[in-house]
Design a protein around this ligand. Structure first.
Ligand SMILES: [Zn+2]
Length: 59
């Protein structure tokens, strides 16, 4: 059995938010990138992923 999740939905690794599944496209779902972040440029996405990672490490 899978671990019980505290939140419903899916984690976006770019903005660091847990969003409902409808906020993800099929491809974004596997990549952990929501539709909003998928529209950003690749450079901007990788920058935000780093910021999110640092933020998560500190909190
Ligand atoms: Zn996102």
């Amino acid at each position: 059995m899978a671990k019980k999740r505290r939140y419903r939905g899916h984690f976006c690794k770019v903005c660091g938010s847990i969003l409902p599944n409808e906020k993800f496209s099929g491809k974004g779902h596997a990549a952990h990138i929501c539709k909003k972040c998928a529209r950003k440029s690749k450079a901007q996405r990788s920058e935000e992923i780093i910021i999110t990672r640092i933020y998560n490490a500190l909190s």
